[in-house]
Every structure is written in structure tokens, then in C-alpha cells.
Design a protein around this ligand. Structure first.
Ligand code: UD1
Ligand code: CA
Length: 494
């Protein structure tokens, strides 16, 4: 419905100088989503055609927006960042609707409900401008809404008088303008003598001076927080993350130390699950029901089946874990790993691009890369798949019910067939037939009583050495005594 009479303009050309990082603040992620996408996704969901004003790092921003599949936008390029008034004036050719909704790109916590409420309020009034305002106990940096009887204006932070500085009603930077008002007045804004910028906010005073109606809609401060500094970025991310965590608490998820967890967008957690201290759940992650993700795990773009247990300090990336499976502590599933049900992956095990069937286990100190491992397989401690020959990667196939002894080196490409055993310490370079035992290590030889002889021999050698050194020491001491005696004698002569 709003798409019929509203066009949005999102301001995204600014230099973000208060970030002091030489990177547009709109490229920074908040809970895994770049800041600019918050405004644009909201407008896309409401079906409002949008113009984005780009300038500083325009190409990076456009690429990011395109990649996110935002297709209801066109771009206007602002050559020099001459202020928000200038940024809007150069978009004139896009004003094809009755109402123009203007949003700062740095206001990520806004909701669809608030914008819908604003559009309804504006459409049902004869206001030339409707804008969102809020009370903030710390209004520094924001433009203040100054009322004088019926007259209303916005005064920018740096232009406030001492008295106005105490005003806590702030301008959100989200406005709806009637197109004809904008057309008549946008080029009448005068440049600010202090900052040498054109302030869009001057239009509020201009409308009020003309006795035109200006409507303000009060909204919660947290929803219109602007992000000008890294501290404000941290604050909005904190709020966004807390909102996610609170939501999952209502869905039956227990957090050990909720204030200590990172959580992105696009994360799901099943009821009955437990999330330990310091856990990072990055976007694309789905944790099943009754799972435990213990302290300091990092789970990224991965799916974990019901009743599974990820022990502390494990890293799981772009992988899929079945049900009732255990991983870690200190395990790493490094991309494209598929674990079946009831699998047991223990400490210091790294797995990459591999599939491991149900009921299999690799419990200690192992590297499995580019391998296909069947069901009921046991991988002994210290086993390594040698998947890389310096040029190419090769596959290791371990079929169902195989037992790989401890400290095996499996040189890929290699196949170990059903029910086979490999002996501990083996270096397997050839296919192992099914039901066989492969031993690939030097045969052990026992030399009876040889240890005793060795001991006796070493003892004799040590005794000889001791004798030699003690007689040498005696000689040395005798010499020293002699020198000492001579010295004493000489002294007595003095
Ligand atoms: C602006 C408002 C202020 C309000 C606050 C709310 C003005 C003059 N002031 O201040 O009243 O309380 O937002 O958060 O509008 N931009 C451009 N081109 C430019 C300058 C800025 O596209 O030439 C973009 C920026 O990238 C940013 C947005 O406009 O996304 C707002 O600019 P910013 O400098 O953050 O304005 P504030 O000082 O926060
Ligand atoms: Ca701002």
C-alpha cells in the first residue's frame, strides 16, 4: 500500500569521520549484518521503492547491497559531502511519489512497525513534515527539537545555545515530507556558516515559519539510536544481540552467562538447549533441541542435530552435525564436514571436507581431511590422513566397521574396506581388502637379556669416567694447596 504513494531516500554518502577508521560506518556489521542493510531490508519488506545516496566508498556499498539481493533500489551519487540537505536536493529526479520518506543510513534499530505507524499518521494528517522524535537522557550529538509556542525547529548540536543544550527531545533523522513542500523548499536551505554544510533539518523551521503543519511522533530512544562513533556501534550491537537472546529465552533456551555471548542474525536454537559462557553463534547456525554448546565454542554457519553436545573451546564452521553426537573439547570442524548420529569426535581432532557415518568415533589427536568414513568406524588416537601431496588433494575412504589402530598414517588416495583392521603405528599406502588386518610397520625384534648386558656395559663406562675424574681432581687440589701454602708462607715473610 505504501509503495503506491511513498518513495524512500536513504542517506549513505557520508565520510564517517567520527569513526576514525577510514571506512564507511555503513559497511560495518551489527550482529552479522552490515549497517546499511538494516534500513534497506526494512524498506524492501514494506515494498517501498528506494533511492540510496552514495558517495564515500560508493562502490563497496553498492556491491554489498547488490549481493544481499536488494533489488528495489536506485542510486544517486553525491560528489562532495555537503550535508544532508545537499544529499536530498540531488535526488530530485527520483521524487516520483506523493510522499518522500527520508532515513539516515546509520539508524539500524528502527522497526517496520514504527515506520508503518509513521506512514499511517502522516497519511491521515495534512502535515507537510512528519518526523520521529525521542527523549534521550544523553542527547549529545543529536539535533534538538525546539518548541516555542506553536513554532517548531531543529537545532543541530553544534549550534545550540547554553539553554537549548538541556533539551532532551531529539531528532531521529527519519522524516516524511510531502513532495510539493520538498520541491518548493529544498533549494532554499542556506549553508551553515560554522560547518559549511546544508542541513536538511532546517526544513522543519522553514515549514513552521510558513505556518505549515509539522507532526512529531515520539518513539523509544533505543529504536532510533544513530551510530556516529565506534562506541555507538558497540551500544546498538549490544541492544540488537540482547533482543535476540531475550527472544530465544522465551523459546526455552538457557544461557549460562547471557551478557557474554555473541549472536548474529539468522541463528536458530531449539527448546531445551544450553548455551555456555563466551559462545559465539554466527549467522546461518541452527542448533537443535536439547543440545549443549559449552563454554567458548565458536559455531559458524552450521547445523547441529537434536541432543548433541559440543564440548568447550570447539570451532565448527560450515558443517553439519547429526543427533546425539559429541564434539570436542578443543575440536575443529573446518568447513564441509558432515557428522552422522551418535558420532564421537574428541579432543584435538581436526576434520575438513569429510563425511563421518553414524556411530563412528575419532576421539583423540587426529586429522581427517577429504575423507569419506562409514558407520561404526573407530579411528585410533594420533591418526592422520595425508591428503595433500604438495600439489593436489586426495581422498581417503574408510568403509563401515573398520578399526584404524592408533598413530596411523593413511596416505591418500587410499581405500580401507569393510571390517578391516589396521595395526597401530601403520603407514597405509595401499588399499586394504575387507575383513583383513593391515600391518605396515617394522617388525619388532626382542633380544633376550640384552638390556641387562647394556646396563652392565654402561655402568662400567661410568665408573671408569668417575675414577679418571677423581684422580684428576686430586691432582688439581694438590696443586691448589701448594699455591696456597706458598702464598701463606710469603705473607708470613712480610
Ligand atoms: C543528523 C541530523 C540530526 C539528528 C541525527 C540523528 C542533520 C543536519 N542532522 O545528524 O539532527 O539528530 O542525524 O541521528 O541532518 N550523509 C550523506 N551526505 C552528506 C552528509 C551525510 O549522505 O553530505 C549521510 C551519512 O552517511 C549518514 C546520514 O547522512 O548516514 C546522517 O549524517 P550524519 O553526519 O550522521 O548526521 P548527524 O550528525 O548524526
Ligand atoms: Ca548520524
Amino acid at each position: 500500500m505504501y509503495s503506491i504513494n511513498t518513495r524512500a531516500i536513504v542517506l549513505a554518502a557520508g565520510k564517517s569521520s567520527r569513526f576514525k577508521t577510514n571506512k564507511s560506518k555503513l559497511l560495518y556489521s551489527i550482529c552479522g549484518q552490515p549497517m546499511i542493510l538494516y534500513a534497506l531490508k526494512l524498506l524492501k519488506n514494506l515494498g517501498i521503492p528506494t533511492t540510496v545516496v552514495v558517495g564515500y566508498q560508493a562502490e563497496e556499498l553498492k556491491e554489498l547491497i547488490q549481493k544481499a539481493g536488494i533489488d528495489n533500489v536506485n542510486y544517486v551519487y553525491q560528489e562532495s559531502q555537503l550535508g544532508t540537505g545537499n544529499a536530498i536536493s540531488i535526488t530530485k529526479n527520483s521524487w516520483d511519489q506523493e510522499n518522500i520518506l527520508i532515513m539516515n543510513g546509520d539508524c539500524p534499530l528502527l522497526t517496520e512497525e514504527i515506520i508503518t505507524q509513521m506512514l499511517d499518521g502522516h497519511n491521515n494528517s495534512n502535515a507537510s513534515i512528519t518526523f520521529l522524535s525521542s527523549h534521550s537522557l544523553n542527547p549529545d550529538g543529536y539535533g534538538r527539537v525546539i518548541r516555542d509556542g506553536k513554532h517548531i525547529s531543529i537545532v543541530e548540536d553544534r549550534n545550540l545555545t547554553e539553554e537549548q543544550r538541556f533539551v532532551t527531545l531529539i531528532n531521529s533523522g527519519i522524516y516524511l515530507f510531502r513532495k510539493d513542500f520538498l520541491e518548493e523548499n529544498i533549494d532554499k536551505i542556506e549553508i551553515d556558516s560554522v560547518k559549511k554544510e546544508y542541513y536538511l533539518t532546517d526544513l522543519v523551521k522553514m515549514a513552521s515559519d510558513q505556518d505549515l503543519k509539522v507532526k512529531t511522533i515520539p518513539v523509544p530512544y533505543d529504536n532510533i539510536r544513530g551510530v556516529n562513533t565506534l562506541e555507538e556501534l558497540w551500544a546498538v550491537e549490544q541492544i540488537q544481540r540482547s533482543n535476540f537472546i531475550k527472544y530465544w529465552m522465551t523459546q526455552g533456551v538457557r544461557f549460562e552467562l547471557a551478557q557474554n555471548i555473541h549472536m548474529d542474525f539468522d541463528v536458530e536454537i531449539g527448546a531445551g538447549s544450553f548455551i555456555g559462557t563466551g559462545v559465539h553463534l554466527f549467522k546461518g547456525t541452527k542448533v537443535g533441541k536439547n543440545c549443549t554448546i559449552n563454554a567458548f565454542c565458536i559455531i559458524e554457519d552450521s547445523i547441529i542435530g537434536d541432543d548433541s553436545y559440543i564440548h568447550s573451546h570447539s570451532v565448527v564452521q560450515a558443517s553439519k552435525i547429526g543427533c546425539n553426537t559429541h564434539v570436542g573439547p578443543y575440536a575443529r570442524l573446518r568447513k564441509d564436514v558432515i557428522l552422522g548420529d551418535n558420532v564421537n569426535i574428541g579432543n584435538f581432532v581436526e576434520i575438513k571436507n569429510s563425511t563421518i557415518g553414524d556411530n563412528s568415533s575419532a576421539k583423540h589427536l587426529t586429522y581427517l581431511g577429504d575423507s569419506i568414513i562409514g558407520k561404526n568406524v573407530n579411528i585410533g588416537a594420533g591418526t592422520i590422513t595425508c591428503n595433500y601431496d604438495g600439489v593436489n588433494k586426495h581422498k581417503t575412504e574408510i568403509k563401515d566397521n573398520v578399526f584404524i589402530g592408533s598413530n596411523n598414517t593413511l596416505v591418500a588416495p587410499v581405500v580401507i574396506n569393510e571390517n578391516a583392521y589396521t595395526a597401530a603405528g601403520s603407514t597405509i599406502t595401499k588399499e586394504v581388502p575387507k575383513d583383513s588386518l593391515a600391518i605396515a610397520r617394522t617388525r619388532q625384534e626382542n633380544k633376550i637379556d640384552y638390556a641387562k648386558k647394556l646396563k652392565a656395559k654402561s655402568k662400567k663406562e661410568t665408573d671408569n669416567k668417575d675414577d679418571l675424574s677423581s684422580s684428576k681432581n686430586k691432582e688439581k687440589n694438590a696443586k691448589l694447596n701448594f699455591v696456597g701454602a706458598t702464598k701463606t708462607k710469603n705473607m708470613q715473610n712480610l
